[in-house]
Write a protein that binds this ligand. Structure first.
Ligand SMILES: Cc1cc2nc3c(=O)[nH]c(=O)nc-3n(C[C@H](O)[C@H](O)[C@H](O)COP(=O)(O)OP(=O)(O)OC[C@H]3O[C@@H](n4cnc5c(N)ncnc54)[C@H](O)[C@@H]3O)c2cc1C
Length: 463
């Protein structure tokens, strides 16, 4: 493998969904000298374990190349959500795919390489170079034992949820923020060929069951007629058993799962389940994907949002090079694009996530049986992180009719919490829609966000 040059315009650390997509997008302009450093070999690109499901809308809205040919394992038409007793099933429509991550990652990176991007696989970055309040590149281990400095005008940290570069950023930079274990899911999944034809393989299935997956859910995602990606996530920091153990104990006894012909892969990893970091940029650097917590906090889907963060990073790169200014003021473009849209949605969904994690199986069963939150509401929640006014009215109506409905059902506090959640989500979205125009206004805004979300968590006993 050739050695990297001492200097580039852009250096990307990590070629997963975030970094790989960004490499593809920035390569299109053929204007910059770009290097990508990835610790994994080419054969296991995007090799982190995943449910492999991604919505179509991420590609169409952002002009990101779609998975092609062998990268598509199954076209998806929608999702089924099962209640704890599995007798109430919500169907939510929405197109997407289950994908072969490695093949898709290779497709995106191959296109970038054809456009001149230099890709160094099996190459570990040990730290960023921080000088005069800027990130000025990285120190790379090229394998011959000699660390080399590679300088760049803009460095991209797309290193995933463990965020190994963060501890080198000064602690007063907002991008140095680390994950609280309670704001994570520990997830484990197996991919296996099964000895039967999966019914309706075009539907991914999600099972809400706090006994099996405390603070998370378990899933069954078809990857073709005879192959499935099956897994579960549990909330981190709570002392719950490891999901691998629960998988063996609970899922392997189910008749539709305990029918492996061949195990393809069995792995676990951590998923962030909170709002994004308060800023995705600082001087000379942007952080995208899991490293910046850009994941949907409710379902843990992070590939599409890693790609969307990459889309806004590419816009910020263009602007910075057009101006010849790589400071946080110019790179703020990524925040201006991401925060009022996706950031707003993810902040609202962090509130939903905290609420859901405090529900018992009986509560969830009650909400679904009584259709307090309907299929249409779940659809709206998924697309826009909003609960329709009708839900709030339904809840308020039920509260108004407390004696008849609520006392009879024995769930007054549940309804109150549901209303509190809907209100807090609205406030969180409003805060993100007035995201600061400049980095100097970030601290008071960050405080307001923290107080709002932590206040809600305290009220429901989630802190
Ligand atoms: C079990 C499980 C199921 C999931 N299911 C889904 C799902 O169905 N759909 C969905 O959309 N999302 C899902 N997610 C989340 C999704 O996998 C992540 O959000 C997504 O992979 C994030 O992409 P990323 O590029 O930010 O990080 P990663 O995929 O973690 O990629 C980071 C890359 O950086 C490289 N790297 C790290 N440090 C260095 C270094 N120092 N030097 C060089 N390279 C480095 C790594 O090798 C890696 O390739 C799931 C996650 C888990 C754990």
């Amino acid at each position: 493998m050739s050695k990297p040059s001492p200097e580039y315009d852009v250096v990307i650390v990590g070629a997963g969904p975030a970094g790989g997509t960004l490499a593809n997008l920035v390569s299109k302009r053929k204007a910059y000298r770009v290097a990508v450093f990835e610790a994994r070999p080419w054969e296991s690109l995007w090799g982190k374990p995943c449910g492999d499901a991604i919505g179509e809308h991420h590609f169409a809205e952002r002009g990101i190349p779609k998975p092609q040919g062998e990268a598509v394992l199954q076209r998806i038409e929608g999702m089924e959500i099962y209640s704890p007793k599995e007798d109430v099933v919500y169907k939510v429509y929405g197109e997407g795919y289950t994908i072969d991550r490695t093949k898709f990652g290779q497709q995106l990176l191959k296109e970038a390489m054809d456009n001149g991007v230099e890709v160094f696989t099996k190459t570990h970055v040990s730290r960023p170079i921080v000088e005069d309040g800027y990130v000025r590149g990285v120190v790379v281990n090229t394998g011959d034992g000699q660390p080399v400095e590679v300088r760049a005008k803009i460095t991209i940290d797309s290193t995933g949820s463990s965020g190994p570069l963060k501890r080198y950023y000064p602690s007063d930079w907002p991008i140095a923020e680390r994950l609280n274990p309670k704001d994570t899911d520990i997830a484990y999944r197996e991919i296996a060929y099964l000895d039967y034809d999966i019914e309706r393989p075009e539907y991914i299935r999600i099972y809400l069951n706090q006994r099996v997956a405390p603070g998370g859910y378990w899933w069954f995602f078809p990857e073709g007629r005879n192959r499935a990606n099956i897994g579960l996530g549990v909330q981190g920091g709570m002392g719950y058993p490891h999901p691998r153990e629960i998988y063996q104990r609970e899922l392997m006894k189910r008749p539709e799962i305990n029918r492996y012909v061949k195990l393809v892969s069995a792995m676990g990893a951590v998923v962030p389940t909170r709002r994004p970091m308060d800023s995705l940029a600082w001087n000379g650097v942007m952080v995208i994907g899991d490293a910046a917590f850009t994941v949907n906090p409710v379902h843990g889907g992070g590939m599409g949002y890693a790609m969307e963060a990459a889309y806004w990073a590419a816009k910020a790169i263009d602007e910075a090079f057009d101006k010849g200014d790589y400071s946080v003021e110019t790179l703020w473009t990524i925040n201006r694009g991401f925060m009022p849209t996706i950031g707003a949605k993810q902040a609202a969904l962090e509130v939903t996530r905290a609420f859901l994690q405090r529900l018992s199986d009986d509560d969830i069963q009650f909400i679904m049986e009584k259709r307090l939150v309907s299929e249409e509401d779940v659809d709206l929640l998924g697309r826009k992180a909003e609960l329709d006014q009708s839900v709030v009215e339904r809840i308020t109506g039920a509260l108004g009719d407390l004696v008849k409905i609520v006392r009879a059902a024995g769930r007054p506090s549940l309804l109150m919490r549901l209303k509190d959640m809907a209100d807090t989500m609205k406030k969180a979205k409003a805060l993100y829609q007035r995201y600061p125009e400049s980095p100097k206004d970030l601290p008071p805004w960050s405080r307001e966000v923290r107080e709002l979300i932590e206040g809600f968590k305290k009220r429901i006993g989630a802190l």
